[in-house]
Design a protein around this ligand. Structure first.
Ligand SMILES: Nc1nc2c(c(=O)[nH]1)N[C@H]1C(S)=C(S)[C@@H](COP(=O)(O)OP(=O)(O)OC[C@H]3O[C@@H](n4cnc5c(=O)[nH]c(N)nc54)[C@H](O)[C@@H]3O)O[C@H]1N2
Ligand SMILES: Nc1nc2c(c(=O)[nH]1)N[C@H]1C(S)=C(S)[C@@H](COP(=O)(O)OP(=O)(O)OC[C@H]3O[C@@H](n4cnc5c(=O)[nH]c(N)nc54)[C@H](O)[C@@H]3O)O[C@H]1N2
Ligand code: SF4
Ligand SMILES: [Mo]
Length: 820
């Protein structure tokens, strides 16, 4: 470990420090934090009366004392125009994390914009526009006028289908109910934009259509269920690294046998035992390793199946459980439809599944026995099914999702304590928008249309396709060409001549050009193509609401000022709407201009009241004031009322056995196996030797948009790692840290070889979305019938391009496994 922070002393938090509620704005788990801030000229003292913790800090504190914070939790920021010390530390009172931080969340403070301590100075402070051959800072008025004029001109010529949009639809940073409502009201209210995609997929659709079409909403349980389950079934989720404190604070206690008292209290006389876990993932993850260390190997079953074959496994489990009678007949009868049809259609023998998945018959049977065999005395076994991107971005998303829900329904595990069939989740959620029904199904494949030269103007909100989309190399090639056409045209006219400028831009658009507007907090890779960049304020620089993976909604309070003139996304959307209205009026289109009314919001709270409060189920009970008093525990959506000043929530969905269907009954689905389903995937597999599996690592948040300016991260990962089997490395002539090229017919990229003893032969795993090597360059454009991308099933070749550069020679390449 080469990196050192070199901090010898940190200020003591004084008694009178301000305290704000904070929810970590990174992952779905939504851990509770508190932000302490106070005037930068002062600090507290060691005497109990002089510090916020009320303890004698001149004495050695116990090992896990809460009267402590780490250097990464500290910064100096601006608050209402004044310099303040800020400490953002995990909250022990929050039921989600009980005081745990993670290697991402514990860095919220040091990842904040600080001119005093030089952190995140990359943040955008002013709107930027393309003029005189480069992006130049300007005022909001100037930038928004240009955006509105070009957007209105494109719509006048091509209709609303000429406006393409890429937008976040999540919670946390770059999202939240305020901001999804702001963008939603603009594109789905004032307009009916159809060529819109979501940050992580090339169309406007659901990641889990499959589950929803069965009447089963995907975030249906609570985190406590992981402590109550007899068996946790984890499919394509690397929870230790990606849903860290959910895993550590709720799975691990069960795996350690430490939640037996909780189980007894909940289940009375029903036999209870230490939790076991079945992990379905082609790769041995550190989650598998951690489960073995915590539960003992005998309680962990890792099914390292062939990539993309989950569906066959689930169908076989379903068939076996039905044959054995390990199902909940009463529940099936009362709460579901089409069970018999699914049983007939999905029949898959253990032998067939073993052949397709490459697993042993014994392991498949052992797993379903752990999942569904009744306990002593005939009590139903409680199984919690949890899945994430190994399934969602995996082969045949729709059917695979449904086949897992089939099993959860058949075994009576939805709506019950210790159960659930849930997404583990990515970001927090925070979706509040007018109806998207006009988008249709399948939704437009936006990336494909852009590559084909469609559209005239593109608005991008908090996503960086250059790093994170599929078929990324081709996308970049075309996107650069199209936006360069417009840049060249702009260079030929003086910027101050607005009519001539708009005319030149439109002319370039008619020749295949594209005008690009990027709303972000930092200069992005896709922003290299942009003609306008608009600076957003992010979580903590604005009040922001979201819910986590158990639908727990909280308010993160504004604890610092945004950089420069950056504004919350919802207010940027509102100001775009205001300018559109003005420009359309000037163009003599009063009727269209009228649609851009209702955007007179002054604050993010105005957007919240208009959106969540006014439109969401239970939203009428929810206000900022109430959320503030409910702190980091908040309530679980949907709200059902207010009692004694507290919002009353919903612990589990479907607890009454009623599902999201007109007759209240969940529908079993027919989910026959159909091989690698996305076009071109089987041929790619046949042609190229290596599986280029890909995903995340604990240290890195997403495309490293903040991490890229954080030494702690870039020192560890100057390049994306690619985990390789030792024999494969020998055959390729590779040593640790060597740079390799990964290539196939879609494109090429680079990574740093990380020798991994547990990696299977010819199965590589590469960090996704990294600035110094974009894995998406080699992901094909193949999608499923609803335009869900298939990032995980990618095959390619690997060759050495350089010896380990100097900058990686200090790195450790030790195994990341621990022994106990
Ligand atoms: N190969 C491969 N590709 C994948 C995946 C994979 O597993 N493999 N996973 C997919 C998934 S699940 C995801 S979520 C995507 C991620 O894809 P993206 O959403 O494109 O990636 P992020 O890094 O999350 O980008 C977020 C952008 O939002 C900006 N941002 C942060 N906060 C704010 C804010 O408050 N306001 C605004 N306006 N901007 C903000 C950041 O600076 C950054 O540029 O990648 C997808 N792509
Ligand atoms: N540290 C960290 N945490 C994060 C994020 C981050 O960037 N960094 N991002 C957040 C976001 S937006 C998301 S969406 C989540 C994603 O959370 P996860 O889904 O847990 O993360 P991934 O690493 O994308 O993929 C999970 C696993 O899928 C496996 N997999 C690949 N192919 C298959 C297959 O065919 N079948 C099965 N069963 N598994 C397969 C991979 O080996 C990998 O271990 O993480 C969230 N949390
Ligand atoms: S587990 Fe997720 S929400 Fe919790 S601190 Fe880490 S990144 Fe933040
Ligand atoms: Mo995600």
């Amino acid at each position: 470990m080469a990196y050192k922070r070199q901090i010898g002393r940190l200020p003591i938090v004084p008694v009178n420090a301000k305290v704000h509620n904070v929810v970590c704005h990174y992952c779905i788990v939504g851990c509770g934090y508190k932000a302490y801030s106070w005037d930068a000229r002062y600090e507290g003292g060691t005497a109990p009366a002089d510090n916020a913790f009320g303890v004698d800090l001149s004495q050695q504190q116990e090992a896990d004392t809460p009267a402590w914070y780490a250097p990464s939790m500290y910064n100096i920021v601006r608050q209402d125009g004044r310099d303040v010390h800020i400490v953002i530390k995990p909250d022990r009172e929050c039921s989600v994390n009980s005081g745990l931080g993670s290697v991402r969340g514990a860095r919220i403070a040091e990842m904040s914009y600080s001119r005093q301590r030089n952190t995140q100075l990359q943040r955008l402070t002013d709107p930027l526009v393309w003029r005189y051959g480069q992006l130049q800072p300007t005022s909001w008025e100037d930038a928004l006028d240009l955006v509105a004029r070009v957007t209105a001109a494109v719509i006048a010529e091509q209709g609303e289908d000429g406006l393409f949009v890429s937008a976040f639809d999540h919670g946390g940073a770059g999202g939240g109910y305020e901001n999804t409502w702001g963008t939603g009201k603009l594109y789905f209210g004032a307009m009916k934009v159809k060529n819109i995609r979501i940050h992580n997929r090339p169309a406007y659709n659901s990641e889990v259509h499959g589950s929803r079409d069965m009447g089963v909403g995907e975030l249906n349980n609570c985190y406590e269920d992981a402590q109550l389950a007899d068996t946790i079934v984890a499919v394509g989720t690397n929870a230790l690294e990606t849903q860290t404190n959910y895993f550590l604070n709720h799975w691990v206690p069960n795996l350690r046998g430490a939640s037996l008292d909780k189980k007894k209290a909940e289940f009375g006389s029903e036999p209870v035992e230490r939790g076991r876990v079945v992990i379905v993932d082609p790769r041995r993850t550190v989650t598998v390793n951690a489960c073995e260390a915590e539960a003992g190997k005998e309680n962990v079953l890792h099914l390292a199946l062939n990539s993309g074959t989950d569906l066959a496994l689930f169908n076989a489990w379903f068939t076996y459980a039905v044959d054995k009678g390990w199902i909940d007949k009463a529940f099936i009868g009362a709460s579901t439809n089409d069970f018999d049809k699914a049983v007939a259609a999905n029949k898959t023998s253990i032998a067939e599944a073993a052949k397709i998945t490459g697993l042993s018959e014994a392991d498949i049977v052992k797993a379903i026995t752990w999942i569904a065999e009744p306990k002593a005395g005939g009590a139903r076994r409680r199984a919690m099914f949890a899945y994430e991107k190994g399934l969602i971005w995996g082969n045949d998303n729709y059917r695979t999702n449904q086949s897992l829900v089939n099993l959860a329904l058949a075994t009576g595990n939805i709506g019950r304590p210790g159960g659930g069939c849930v997404r583990m989740g990515g970001h927090q959620e925070g979706y509040s928008r007018p109806s998207d029904a006009h988008v249709g199904r399948p939704a437009a494949y936006v990336d494909k249309l852009l590559i084909e030269g469609k559209g005239g103007v593109h608005h991008i909100w908090g996503c960086d396709h250059y790093k994170t989309t599929l078929n990324a190399m081709e996308f970049k090639r075309v996107y650069k060409k199209r936006t360069d056409l417009v840049k060249d045209a702009m260079n030929a006219v003086p910027y101050g001549d607005r009519p001539a400028m708009v005319a030149a831009i439109m002319d370039a658009i008619r020749k295949g050009g594209l005008f690009s507007v990027d709303v972000d907090i930092v200069p992005t890779k896709v922003g290299e193509a942009a003609h306008v960049m608009l600076p957003a304020a992010t979580s903590g620089e604005m009040n922001l609401t979201s819910m986590n993976g158990e639908r727990r909604m909280r308010l993160t309070e504004r604890y610092m000022d945004p950089p420069g003139v950056a504004m919350p996304d919802c207010l940027i959307a509102a100001r775009i709407a205001n300018h559109m209205q003005r420009v359309l009026g000037e163009m003599g289109k009063a009727d269209v201009a009228a649609k851009f009314s209702g955007f007179d919001w002054k604050t993010e709270e105005d957007a919240f009241m208009d959106g969540y409060h006014g439109h969401e189920k239970g939203g009428e009970f929810v206000t900022y004031d109430l959320l503030r008093t409910m702190g980091t525990n908040g309530f679980q959506e949907p709200a059902t009322g207010v009692q004694d000043g507290q919002i009353v929530g919903t612990k589990r969905l479907f607890a009454d056995g009623k599902f999201n269907k007109p007759d209240g009954k969940a529908v079993f689905a027919q989910t026959q196996w159909r091989g690698l389903e996305a076009p071109g995937k089987q041929a790619e597999k046949d042609k190229f030797p290596f599986l280029i599996n890909n995903g995340r690592a604990n240290l890195v948040w997403q495309s490293a948009y903040l991490d890229v300016e954080n030494e702690f991260v870039t020192d560890r990962w100057p390049y994306p790692f690619i985990e390789l089997n030792l024999q494969d490395m020998a055959e390729l002539g590779l040593k640790q840290g060597d740079l390799v090229e990964v290539y196939n017919d879609n494109g090429s990229t680079q990574a740093m070889a990380y020798p991994t003893p547990s990696a299977k032969p010819k199965q590589a795993f590469m960090l996704f979305g990294y600035p110094t090597g974009v894995q998406g360059n080699v992901v094909s454009s193949g999608v499923n019938e609803f335009v869900i991308p298939n990032y995980k099933q990618t095959w390619g070749s690997i060759r050495k391009i350089a010896d380990a550069p100097k900058g990686v020679q200090h790195l450790s390449f030790k195994s990341q496994e621990y022994t106990s």
